[in-house]
Design a protein around this ligand. Sequence first.
Ligand code: AMP
Ligand code: ZN
Length: 434
Amino acid sequence: MLESSEYLHPDKECLSHEEIRALQVKRLQETMRHCMNNPFYKKKFEEMGVTPEDIKSVEDVRKLPFTTKQDLRDTYPFGLASVPLEKCVRLHSSSGTTGNPTVILHTQKDLDEWANAVARCLWMVGLRPSDVFQNSSGYGMFTGGLGFQYGAERLGMLTVPAAAGNTLRQIKFITDFGTTAIHAVPSYVTRIKEVMDQQGIDPRKDTKLRILAIGAEPHSEEQRKRIENMLGVKAYNSFGMSEMCGPGVAFECKEQNGLHFWEDYYIVEIVDPETLEPVPDGEIGELVLTTINREAMPLIRYRTRDLTRVLGRTCPCGRNHIRLDRMKGRSDDMMVLRGVNIFPIQIEKILMQFKELSTNYLITLTTDNDNDNMTVEVEYNEAPADMVALTKEITRRLKDEILLTPHVKLLPLGTLPQSEGKAVRVKDLRTVYQ
Ligand code: AMP
Ligand code: ZN
């Protein structure tokens, strides 16, 4: 590995558009041929009368059927495998709140390619074998644990599988092992800083931290800036999902101008969630991903439910892999209050503009006198001089953003529940009228 190179896989990262598209067509045809081993896809392709030879350009992916989370549930556990089970060496599962969990199978080649993708992301943001990488994700079925572990090892870093929680121990590792990089969900970074403050540890002086990978949950640009200032680090957005392996699907480069999705691994589409037709670049729609580099369980046109938009297809970093905006949320996260559509991230964006506030907040929806109401509870860092005036100003700014007047409550630090995994931002206690 050349320490001086900006690119870990220059032959893939620096492809031109034409080269990316040619590779995608070739890999999509191969993926289709491979998927024919699977009765589910074989039947779907036959019903639609589409064969690998029909794929002549990347846009021809639109001739193929969509795959949904429900399809994964209906074929639980192994129904979407395209290889015999004896070729598989691992599975990950994500538990849904309803019905069957979903299972993703991996061959050894899949795991190798996954580790390569994560290593590529980490290298891109400037991590090198001399770094010490601490992973605060839960290990086990959750892909953020093993996914980052193997990727960071593949890059050659000393990798600390600290796992989730036990913040005191987490901080001891950071100081004792000279941790330079952490992967964490954004909400957990705040917790680490709170405990550091209690311990009298100054991250700038007492640690070697320099780079954070933050992801697994939606967060705003404002929250990223908070995290960077709080710890004196660079924080890069990391996007992944278990259906697409896990982490390593997309990452920001040093330009911090959107998420590069690796187009040698995935074909990216943004579609209107209602009509399922493609939306023009710049417009928000649902992210649809097709795996074109997977063996055990390729997924065709997987509807992720994540909402985002195309920002660009070139980048000053020299990579032409498509850049998408940070996720606005999932279509299933959208709150509809008195007919107004609201995403939690809109609220976060406003809250984070107040330096008095911490990054911990909770939105509660209730029904009072047949009306939907929203309460926004948020912790402050230090008791503000004029609590009433601050509450009023926050309420006013939120109203400008979401067009409804929420009930705002300011609370001392440490009052709201802290989750060790993905943060729970919305509690919907509304009565449902049929
Ligand atoms: P899981 O399969 O449990 O890893 O969850 C995947 C989901 O987490 C994605 O579909 C997104 O909704 C969310 N997610 C992951 N990474 C990010 C990120 N960087 N920003 C926003 N949402 C994310
Ligand atoms: Zn870039």
